[in-house]
Design a protein around this ligand. Sequence first.
Ligand code: 13P
Ligand code: SF4
Length: 340
Amino acid sequence: MAATSLPIGTSPAYPAGFPLPDIYDRVRRHIPAIEWPALADDVAAILALKKTRNAVILAHNYQAPEIFHTVADIVGDSLALAREAVTVDADVIVLAGVHFMAETAKLLNPGKTVLIPDMRAGCSLADSITAADVRGLREKYPGVPIVTYVNTSAAVKAESDLCCTSGNAVDVVRSLNAPRVLMIPDEFLAQNVQALVPEVEILTWAGHCEVHEQFTPADIREVRESYPGVTVIAHPECPPDVVAEADFSGSTAMMMNFVTEKRPRQVVLVTECSMGDNIAAANPDIEFIKPCNMCPHMKRMSLKNIRHALETLTHEVTVDPALTDRARLAVERMLAVKPR
Ligand code: 13P
Ligand code: SF4
């Protein structure tokens, strides 16, 4: 029987010997019971390895439910993961997310071992700009502060004044009290922030998220036609004409908070597919309607490669010591910005 057919809130009696039933309860909407024993083997191994390695797993909100709900110690948006990375009490941090997130955790924890289960987990935004590009912008726009999205390499962060995430971009721009700000490399995030901070001129770069750039205003209109009254929430990496069609826009954590506080009857999360799945378990009364798009980089993480990372202590994320201090400063300045 497919686990998805079980109504949440009931306590199904699992067959004798069914592994880790309490943990399975958290993911039974998404994982058929027949598939669970194979996954449970990895979950049990990871839980044991976390103890022997004194390790914690930081997982981004886009991780698949079998990671997000079973082995992750801390889940959140990029800002929360960066904040939590500072306070983590462990020898080893496994970052279930993408490379820039692991690099940020390493910058903030130079003495800890930071692992990413698959080194290929990149990001189209991080790939869209180099340190030389930032130096070129600095020359072209002397005196204009450079705010770099956290979705960038440490080399790019090192050339910047401070970082931002989608959760604090408006506060970061306002904190500068400057008439002009360069916000790079996400063109759409910069344009969406510009709409909220009209008093500052925001210059940007032509980087895009390959997942969010695919959404169109027509997608939103279609879904509104099919589901009258539906609430639409869009990530600010979406094009501005998509955000303009939405009822709310914010970071992945802000999207989650909006859903749990406002409790819309039907909602569309215009973002990565796992977001809806991860919130759905705790909100059985809310109907989550697609469309959504997969991030191929986030989806490189699996229970198998998390287990392998902990078994072998690979793949270790390091930062060039020549960049570390300047890149860390850009992240720390961001963390010091107070929400307004
Ligand atoms: P958040 O900071 O909102 O979690 O976004 C990170 C990201 O990569 C979104 O595509
Ligand atoms: Fe990068 Fe977009 Fe994937 Fe986020 S969703 S990691 S911005 S490619």
